[in-house]
Ligand binder design. Structure first.
Ligand SMILES: NC(=O)c1ccc[n+]([C@@H]2O[C@H](COP(=O)([O-])OP(=O)(O)OC[C@H]3O[C@@H](n4cnc5c(N)ncnc54)[C@H](OP(=O)(O)O)[C@@H]3O)[C@@H](O)[C@H]2O)c1
Length: 289
């Protein structure tokens, strides 16, 4: 199959290109400077020229807090641009994979969210990603894949931030009352390829990295790996704090754990485990020489 990746310089875009380059598939990886997905004409021209079997839209306005002050831009990238990809995908008969987020939920559920649960985003980022889902569902063939708390060896993410702050500060205060599902972008990328190969029915699917945790527990897991594998690397003290003690421009769900039972049943695969991916990611992020 031929894949077209948008937003190819992001965490997922880069992991997807890595995995596709070790597969039997071909791909075209387009960064924002190759293709701005908010340019309707350019989207159509490039898709028609490439004639991909699968378009994976990893491009997004991902700054949750900045979206509160730039709602129009966030809506344009996360929402309207998806309608351009839908039109182009339909034109060439391609499958559209739209990557979405746990932040479409309000976090009030007592149990992991399934695909059919009611959505109620708390902030602009989640609202605009939900608009993107609504557009994606108009494609002739689509997979909307909600994921969460994405980390990798690339781009900006919580693991990288923790390592940086760990070098700069003696003690870190970390939110301990928001729960989610960390997800290694490489595992997500591998699953998106499998989902395309399996020709799953159009619909919404959840994919996350397995066991849930709080940001505090995630940070603890990061520094446990650092302690075990990188002797001498600075490890700060950690203080659990509440969401109230760490105000941010965007309100976040307190519990946005995703159930990925539907996808596992559809693919017949086992649970992935973000903590298994963590040491290799940290090794790549830390200069151990
Ligand atoms: N990161 C998370 O924790 C998380 C959680 C849940 C869901 N998701 C979803 O997962 C997907 C992948 O996330 P990620 O972490 O890989 O994001 P990322 O690292 O922020 O990458 C997004 C990429 O999209 C590019 N982009 C922005 N505007 C664009 C435009 N108009 N046209 C083309 N490209 C554009 C960005 O380029 P610039 O950097 O140059 O702007 C960036 O390279 C997104 O759909 C995101 O909403 C992410």
């Amino acid at each position: 199959m031929k894949f077209l990746i948008t937003g190819a310089n992001g965490q997922l875009g880069r992991c997807l290109a890595d995995r596709l380059s070790h597969s039997d598939h071909t791909f075209v990886a387009l960064t924002k400077s190759d293709l701005d997905i908010t340019d309707e004409k350019a989207v159509e021209e490039l898709v028609v020229e490439c004639r991909p079997d699968v378009i994976v839209n990893t491009a997004a306005f991902t700054s949750v807090d900045r979206a509160e002050s730039e709602p129009e831009l966030a809506r344009c990238i996360n929402g309207e641009a998806v309608s351009y990809l839908v039109k182009a995908a339909n034109k060439v008969g391609a499958l559209l994979i739209q990557v979405s987020t746990d932040y479409v939920f309000d976090g009030a559920s007592p149990k992991p969210y399934v695909e059919s649960d009611a959505v109620n985003p708390l902030g602009v980022y989640g609202q605009t990603k939900l608009l993107g889902e609504e557009y994606a569902a108009r494609a002739d063939r689509f997979l909307i894949v909600r994921t969460a708390w994405v980390f990798s060896e690339y781009g900006h993410n919580f693991v990288k931030t923790m390592l940086k702050l760990g070098r700069e500060r003696k003690e870190l205060s970390i939110v301990s009352d928001q729960y989610g599902s960390p997800t290694y972008a490489g595992d997500l990328a591998a699953n998106l390829i499998r989902m395309s190969e399996a020709q799953l029915p159009s619909g919404i699917y959840h994919f996350s990295g397995g066991k849930s945790c709080s940001w505090f527990e995630f940070a603890k897991a990061i520094f446990d790996v650092v302690k075990a594998y990188v002797p001498g690397y600075p490890v700060p003290g950690m203080l659990p704090i509440s969401t109230e003690q760490y105000p941010t421009p965007a309100k976040r769900p307190l519990f946005s754990v995703l159930s990925d039972r539907k996808l596992k049943t559809a693919l017949g695969t086992n649970v992935t485990d973000w903590s298994a991916a963590l040491p290799a990611v940290i090794a790549k992020l830390i200069d151990v020489t």
